[in-house]
Design a protein around this ligand. Structure first.
Ligand SMILES: [Zn+2]
Length: 196
């Protein structure tokens, strides 16, 4: 009676080391035999087909090791890669744009978080750039950016961004002072003169 799969499995597990050594020796002896080569190629191909996830996982792990990183670096610096890049420039651009878009979609939470962090950092920078306190009463809470002149670039929703680019077109005011333009409108020119 032929063995069942389980029996084979059990036999293999019990004689693993010996069988592995045998296989290795056989491979060393016959590795240049075209027939063996073909069998081996075929077996690898089948394994890849059957376990695409395992292959991907192995590759992913490898590219995170030092050795893997070195491999990538070496390839990126090689003539072969440069050649490939120039030959496939247009195709790559499309692919790259698509891949980036997909990555951003897959990691949208992270992207959103990054954007939020960047925006918050920008606000702090902009506030510091304008002196860090209300330019009328000196309060340091509830600060707002106040347009004192409009340009093409500073009429955006992200005021901190605009402040960092054109700080001269803004005042930093607390909410209360900002709500009372009569307090600062007539002094505007003086304030700007005093500040700079
Ligand atoms: Zn104020």
């Amino acid at each position: 009676m032929p063995w069942t799969k389980e029996q084979y499995h059990k036999y293999y597990e019990q004689n693993k080391e010996r069988l592995k050594t045998q296989a290795r020796e056989y491979h060393l002896l016959h590795k240049d035999d075209p027939h063996v080569k073909e069998l081996r190629r075929e077996s690898i191909r089948r394994y890849r087909q059957r376990h695409p996830d395992r292959i991907k996982e192995t590759q992913r792990k490898y590219y995170h090791t030092e050795k893997g990183k070195a491999t990538i670096k070496k390839y990126r610096e090689s003539e072969k890669y440069k050649q490939w890049l120039t030959q496939n420039l247009e195709k790559n651009r499309e692919k790259h744009v698509k891949a980036t878009r997909e990555w951003r979609y897959r990691n949208r939470e992270r992207v959103r978080g990054d954007n939020r962090e960047r925006r918050e950092r920008r606000i702090v920078e902009a506030i510091n750039l304008l002196g860090g306190k209300c330019q009328l009463c000196g309060k340091t809470e509830n600060l707002e950016f106040c347009h004192i002149s409009y340009t093409q670039k500073n009429q955006v929703s992200d005021l901190a961004w605009a402040v960092l680019r054109e700080p001269d077109t803004f005042l930093l005011l607390c909410q209360e002072c900002h709500l009372h333009p009569e307090k600062w409108l007539k002094e505007l020119i003086d304030i700007k003169a005093k500040l700079r």
